[in-house]
Design a protein around this ligand. Structure first.
Ligand code: 48C
Length: 353
């Protein structure tokens, strides 16, 4: 019977081969390392080098996430802060209400990104009278601590109030025609924002927030509103059945929405998003309005009708509650814990004449 071969315990074998394994590992690692594509980790087994979709300092992000110590209430899975209002749409877009977010956490996240926001406002003909209060109240409440460009579109640039603003905030005046009809002024905003997005905004800011000027900020409006594309619930329709929304109901208009369609009724006076998304939204709405004009039709609520059609077919990634656009003459219902952006009472006939 052949002598039993002496089989050394595994540990001895391993020790004996360790140097060989180590040298081998170093050799192959070195080979591999030299073949990594420039700029970091390959995403998958590649047939030829692919562009690395992660930005160059990917590892920095991963290794250096340092949110400062913050004390805030623990979010409770079974005990949501708001149970009186809808806080998420069926397409997973958050609806922003007081209590549904912590601005300190959001500010920390945005601070790392060093963003800038463009606030567009049209003050054409007599509406220039609203600018002073608009900007003064925006300085108190709008994106405090962030970089902001106020883009003031007007036919009367000499009447734009001269205001000294802190570092990082400035007024940029853009001259536009003083269209005769107020409806035309309102509708042309889409065209003007679209053009300015391509000419200026894309080089100057990350987000665009487009609002009415006959308004004033009365409470914090911060980075909680930012996202790819957002609309605002109109204060007059949050509890209305959709067949009673004042959508455009004539099929001949590009803004047409049938009675059995629609999610929400969005206000024309407050929308926004990334420059790219706002560029597409305003371009689409402007083209639709020009197509209607060629066919001799004007949607019932002008740019607001087209905004609603656009956001029906291109769902907003975030929705602002009526806290962000409220009528100063309407009492606050119990669910309205904040009034952040209020209409300024005016004599429509006088101001639009
Ligand atoms: O700037 C003007 N001048 C006008 O004569 C008519 C409208 N406008 C702009 O369009 C203002 O920025 C207005 O806020 C906006 C249309 N919105 C309104 O008139 C009410 N907020 C509905």
């Amino acid at each position: 019977m052949a002598p039993a071969r002496h089989i050394a315990p595994v540990g001895t074998t391993l020790k004996r081969w360790l140097p060989v394994i180590f040298v081998g590992l170093m050799f192959f690692t070195g080979l591999a390392w030299n073949n990594f594509p420039e700029g970091g980790w390959p995403r998958c087994a590649s047939y030829g080098v692919i562009d690395n979709p992660l930005d160059d300092n990917y590892m920095d992000h991963v290794m250096n996430v340092q949110l400062p110590r913050m004390n805030y209430a623990q979010p409770k899975v079974l005990n949501p802060v708001r149970t009186d209002v809808l806080t998420m749409t069926p397409w997973f877009a958050p609806i922003v209400w007081e209590g549904s977010f912590n601005r300190d956490i959001l500010n920390e996240q945005y601070k790392k990104r060093n963003i800038s926001i463009g606030l567009t406002v049209f003050a054409v003909k007599k509406y220039v009278v609203f600018l002073q209060r608009f900007i003064e109240t925006a300085e108190k409440f709008f994106m405090v601590g962030q970089r902001v460009n106020y883009y003031v579109f007007t036919d009367l640039p000499e009447q734009v109030p001269k205001m000294t603003l802190p570092d990082g905030r400035q007024v940029v005046t853009i001259q536009v025609p003083g269209y005769k009809r107020w409806q035309e002024v309102s509708m042309r905003r889409m065209e003007m924002i679209h053009d300015a997005s391509m000419r200026n905004f894309v080089y100057e800011v990350d987000y665009i927030v487009a609002v009415d000027v006959d308004m004033q900020f009365t409470d914090e409006v911060g980075v909680e509103i930012l996202g790819d594309v957002f609309g605002t619930l109109h204060p007059g329709f949050y509890e209305t059945e959709r067949q009673h929304f004042t959508y455009e109901r004539r099929a001949s208009s590009q803004a047409y929405i049938p009675e059995d369609e629609g999610d929400f009724y969005y206000a024309g006076g407050f929308f926004g998003g990334t420059v790219k998304e706002v560029f597409m939204l305003t371009g689409h709405c402007h083209s639709a309005m020009m197509a209607d004009r060629d066919r001799g039709i004007e949607a019932i609520w002008h740019d607001e009708s087209h905004l609603n059609k656009y956001l029906l077919n291109h769902k907003p990634t975030k929705i602002l509650s009526p806290e962000y656009l409220w009528d100063c003459n309407t009492r606050s219902p119990p669910f309205l814990l904040k009034r952040r952006f209020l209409t300024v009472s005016k004599n429509h006939t006088q101001i639009r004449s």
